[in-house]
Ligand binder design. Sequence first.
Ligand code: SF4
Length: 349
Amino acid sequence: MLNDFVKSLIRWYEGSARDLPWRSTTDPYLIWLSEVLLQQTRVDQGLPYYLKFIQAFPTIQHLASASEEEVLKLWQGLGYYSRARNMLQTARYIAYKMNGIFPHNSKTWKQMKGVGDYTAAAISSFAFGEVIPVLDGNVARVTARLLACSEDITKNTTRQLFLQFLEQLIPAAAPAVFNQAMMELGAMVCKPGKPDCASCPVASHCQGRLMGMAASLPVKAKKAKPTLRYFDYFHLVYGNRTWLIRRPSGDIWQGLHEFPMVENTHPEPVPRIPFLQASALQSMALEAEYTHRLTHQLINARFWKIYTTPEQINPLSGIFECAHNRLKEYALHRLMVRYLEQQHIETET
Ligand code: SF4
């Protein structure tokens, strides 16, 4: 029975899988890069980044010798920027501390910065044939439906149950294909909200379908309410120049650039701007308002344009002048890019 399941799944995968560049290689560098870039990202969104990264950094040594600024710039728009910094740290660790030799198993991969259970299992099975199941969001959804399991999938006990089930299924001769096939099934057929059971190669094995509950699975605990933050950004304009500042460590978007800003815990009708003299405020105009959702935060941002002169700007640590046509050289976060695009200012080199 289980054997039938695996055969049907793999036959379907070999006949229908999307042709993705990291699937035709066992090079651990390329596989690791693809896994890091595609975490919490759709394939169509992540693929152009993968191609850009392998072109700019064809080997781990190229990536290890890049600056953080270069990596963040190339990463711009993908979000979750701590992943980019972890990736660079891991590249340097492997290139310099491990003489460029990649870990060969999931246990050692898990010791690398930014590599969790899922990524470690994925790289080790795809690159080194380790017989270990991967359990990403897609596989968890498929498994919950196959087992008709209505336990919360974010719980560790549920994940352990799923892993035990997958360990019984994964064939020793083809762990990589099995894992890829499960992920592909989740991405292409057993989708969130609307599983396409009529086209599913393993429909006859699926308890969720047989019990008519597939579409309502998986069950996931409701997320805690996000923290609300209020950011006011100041696009200071002096001829063709403006001012930027680099975000500090210990907060979101660490190391990325943005306009000088103030933050409040509640909405202010008009923000107070401690680094600008009152005489500069006559031209102040609200240009844009955005809300931007991060995993645990909801950012309410306003962008104000102010025509000013350098003399009207009070000393502010880290602030520096930048020509508008050179803004594209800096790594900027999503809100900055959105605003600059609205202002028809280039953000890509
Ligand atoms: S039968 Fe339907 S619910 Fe079950 S695995 Fe296939 S697509 Fe998912």
